[in-house]
Design a protein around this ligand. Structure first.
Ligand code: SAM
Length: 271
């Protein structure tokens, strides 16, 4: 099928399969081929690229990705979509759908098995689980070099402006950009708020002990770094002093370089 995202085509598919959007899975289907094209072009996809898509829904974005990429591998949690996707994507032999909760999937195992350094993630994310999914991709230990994701506009703004454990991890692995705003009116059903697409370029992987330290630092984000770092060091004052960090600072006042230094201090101390 061509142009799944055309509104009349989406409505036909939903009717044919008596399908209603499942709220619990955050289902809002995109019904604007123009927007689909723009999202797909947010990622550097060529005929050599493996694309991982989280939540293909009825295949609207998947189709645009399949036309660009070497292969599209999708994770979909909703088994009701099995016959639908088999139908809508029947013309594309470079699409594989894994019916599994992405949060339980062995992402690194999959990426490693591709033996490629040209792997990216493109997704219109289910809103109930946005930051967990982004964190999983950002902290992946395998070679994923790019992510383009649609989220609620508010979330994209926070990711590109505020400091949080996730944005610090993004700072470490590469960079994030706000790509575009998407009106809530191009979805069925329409969500309450507008969406936005962001892109992350990953230049390196992040050590898992650094992730653990950053998460720990924000456990009580209004408390001082001295307080939050206590579980990580025998002599936390000494560790902070060795890194030139003011112990009265809050976790969001520290840069990623500060956290890298602290983590090194912790490693030195442990070994
Ligand atoms: N890609 C489609 C589109 O753009 O029209 C659908 C996007 S919809 C916002 C989110 C999709 O993610 C749904 O198909 C939903 O079933 C799926 N989903 C929700 N939670 C998931 C999870 N944990 N793992 C994999 N897929 C999930």
């Amino acid at each position: 099928m061509r142009n799944i995202a055309k509104k009349s085509n989406t409505l036909d598919i939903l009717n044919k399969y008596h399908l209603t959007a499942a709220k619990k899975y955050g289902q809002n289907f995109l019904v604007d081929p123009h927007i689909i094209e723009k999202i797909a072009s947010c990622a550097p996809i060529t005929k050599d690229t493996y694309v991982i898509e989280i939540g293909p829904g009825i295949g609207a974005l998947t189709e645009a990705l399949a036309l660009r990429a070497k292969k599209v591998i999708c994770f979909e949690i909703d088994e009701r979509l099995k016959p639908v996707l088999a139908d809508t994507l029947a013309d594309y032999d470079n699409v594989e759908i894994i019916f599994e909760d992405f949060m339980k999937a062995d992402l690194d195992g999959l990426v490693t098995s591709l033996h490629s350094d040209d792997v990216c993630v493109v997704t219109n994310l289910p809103y109930y689980i946005t930051s967990d999914i982004i964190t999983k991709v950002v902290t992946a230990q395998s070679q994923i070099h790019h992510m383009a994701a649609m989220v609620q506009k508010e979330v994209a703004l926070k990711l590109t402006r505020d400091k949080s454990p996730l944005t610090l991890m993004i700072d470490y692995v590469g960079s994030i950009d706000y790509a575009m705003t998407v009106s809530k009116n191009v979805f069925i059903p329409a969500p309450h708020v507008d969406s936005a697409v962001f892109t992350i370029t990953k230049e390196r992987t992040i050590p898992l002990d650094l992730c653990e330290l950053i998460k720990g630092a924000f456990k009580q984000k209004r408390k001082t770094i001295l307080n939050n770092m206590k579980p990580f060091f025998n002599d936390v004052r000494k560790a902070l002093a060795a890194c030139g960090i003011d112990p009265t600072k809050r976790p969001a006042d520290l840069s990623i370089e500060d956290y890298v230094a602290l983590n090194q201090e912790r490693r030195n101390h442990e070994s």
